[in-house]
Design a protein around this ligand. Structure first.
Ligand code: KIV
Ligand code: NA
Length: 275
């Protein structure tokens, strides 16, 4: 399993880091087999697999459940789990309790949290306690209400400078990497150059140290209206739809099950059944 030290070395060696989300055991197993460097149990699971409109309703219990499943599926891959909405903005002992569940109970190798200056103290304390922490800046979906929608961030001064300062503050606080979401590629490049820790982009251009995408977006699994930064590498929805339609049709037409799918009873046992 790769470690935080490996990710730092990958940055130094200009060896791109491929990160992907996963929410359950089969997706994690397939991602591991595909050779992803690290997996993220993103709170995007609220939208992608639980059917919510945002990540706001996601709970620590949800994250624990899905992290356990991902760890069972991908035993050889470093797994980062998102701290969900409002689980790290009260007192530290509450945050530490949640982080303890996600790491000790669920098996996460690191946690990710959104935000800049307002979370650096928490990052510092978690790192001091031995927990690897990943930052997340730019478009931070847990703040969608404050940001006023899912929009590109840091397009102009002073927003861009603020993001650079926040990234540096997260590095100083001990974060082992940061995700930057939905920022101009030039800002992605500057942040990547200024930081010693890996910068993983999503909608941040080609110059970051790595990329992360949402599993369902990559495979085209019921992900409609995807943002500009997504590339769908396949379209699993249409395959699933075709398969399911054939199943339903076969049942309606009594074409399934066939003899080969069927168990049979010995003749003498059958006689007793009818006697
Ligand atoms: O929840 C998530 O999937 C994320 C990634 C998009 C970075 O935070
Ligand atoms: Na997230």
């Amino acid at each position: 399993m790769k470690t935080t030290a490996n990710f730092r070395k990958m940055k130094r060696d200009n060896d791109p880091i491929a990160m992907l989300t996963a929410y359950d055991a089969p997706s994690a197993r397939l991602a591991e087999r595909a050779g992803v460097d690290l997996l993220l149990v993103g709170d995007s699971l609220g939208m992608v697999v639980l059917g919510y409109d945002s990540t706001i309703p996601v709970t620590v219990d949800d994250m624990v459940l899905h992290t356990k499943a991902v760890k069972r599926g991908a035993r050889e891959t470093f797994v980062v789990t998102d701290l969900p909405f409002l689980s790290y903005h009260s007192d530290f002992s509450e945050t530490a309790g949640y982080v303890k569940r996600l790491t000790q109970e669920a098996g996460a190798d690191a946690v990710k949290l959104e935000g800049g200056m307002e979370v650096t103290e928490t990052v510092k304390k978690l790192v001091q306690a031995g927990v690897p922490v990943m930052g997340h800046l730019g478009l931070t979906p847990q703040s969608v209400g404050v940001l006023g929608g899912y929009k590109v961030q840091g397009k102009q001064s002073p927003d861009a400078e603020k993001l650079i300062r926040e990234a540096q503050a997260l590095e100083d606080a001990g974060a082992f990497a940061i995700v930057i979401e939905c920022v101009p590629r030039q800002l992605g490049q500057v942040m990547t150059e200024r930081l010693n820790i890996p910068v993983i982009g999503i909608g941040a251009g080609a110059d970051t140290d790595g990329q992360v995408l949402v599993y369902h977006d990559v495979i085209g699994y019921e992900s409609e209206n995807v943002p500009k930064f997504v590339h769908q590498y396949t379209n699993i929805s249409s395959l699933i739809e075709q398969g399911l339609a054939r199943y339903v049709n076969d049942v309606k037409e009594c074409a399934f099950p066939q003899q080969k799918h069927t168990y049979t009873m010995k003749e003498d046992q059958l006689q007793e059944l009818y006697s």
